[in-house]
Design a protein around this ligand. Structure first.
Ligand code: ATP
Ligand code: MG
Length: 245
């Protein structure tokens, strides 16, 4: 075994370096593909989960890591649920899928979360035979070119844009064509997903069910912690959710 491969093995065996990140890259003879699903996840919902699963299947990913943002760059002027609650919901929602991992990588970092910085830190941890696939929704994909240090994002990750069938991609396409950096983008068309966290928050606030919009474990957590104006201290009181808890 050459010294570089040995170095990689030592690195991947170090629990302090890896933390809760999935360990990949041990076999230097193969390429690994790490999916990264970043977001506020306030709360996580089936749109996020279905998009990540579709990316996993269609791009032949090894694992998808969900990283709730500590202090999301785009939501500095908005009230965001605590990162611990958002992380807990992400953990609950991903726990039954063997190729999904929830990570505290961004939550545990002080300051505003920027994707370029996250990718740089991940690149320093993972060996070169691990490729990054950064997954975003249709609304976010066209904006990536405007994100802080977009050149680093273009250099370090493939982009995966989850779109709804019929969604007009020309705007995103134009943004990438005009960008001074070369982005590698794959679009995935995913049926039936007009779900957003804002929609879920609104529904909770007005006492409506979250059934089939997010896993029941997440709904239970929202009630238990009274997030988003969830009313009633007792379980099973929310209309339509009697059996969800
Ligand atoms: P909010 O309504 O608060 O903006 P959101 O539903 O957009 O929340 P975020 O945490 O902001 O959720 O999004 C994280 C990532 O998931 C983004 O890249 C976003 O584009 C993507 N995403 C959100 N909803 C969907 C969906 N229904 N299908 C596919 N991707 C989605
Ligand atoms: Mg959003």
């Amino acid at each position: 075994m050459d010294s570089q491969a040995q170095g990689e093995l030592q690195r991947s065996d170090d629990p302090i370096v890896w933390g809760d990140l999935p360990q990949l890259g041990q076999n230097p003879a193969r390429i690994y593909r790490l999916g990264i699903m970043g977001g506020t996840f306030d709360p996580i919902h089936n749109g996020h989960l279905v998009a990540a699963e579709a990316a996993f299947d269609r791009l032949d990913l090894d694992v998808v890591v969900f990283m709730p943002a500590g202090s999301p760059a785009f939501k500095q002027d908005k009230k965001v649920t605590s990162s611990e609650d958002r992380y807990a919901m992400t953990l609950l929602a991903t726990s039954d899928n063997p190729h999904f991992v929830a990570s505290r990588f961004e939550v545990d970092r002080e300051g505003i979360t920027y994707t370029a910085e996250t990718l740089r830190r991940l690149r320093a941890i993972y060996p070169d035979n691990v490729e990054f696939y950064f997954i975003t929704g249709a609304d976010a994909i066209a904006e990536v070119v405007t994100w802080r240090d977009a050149a680093t994002i273009a250099e370090l990750a493939h982009l995966v844009g989850a779109t709804r069938p019929g969604y007009d991609l020309s705007c995103a396409q134009r943004a990438f064509d005009d960008a001074p950096y070369d982005f590698d983008v794959t679009y995935l068309s995913i049926p039936a997903l007009a779900i957003s966290s804002s929609y879920l928050r609104e529904r909770v606030g007005s006492g409506q069910s979250l059934r089939y919009l997010t896993p029941d474990s997440v709904t239970g957590y929202i009630h238990k912690r009274h997030l988003y104006g969830a009313r009633g201290a007792r379980y099973g009181q929310m209309r339509g959710d009697e059996n969800a808890l």
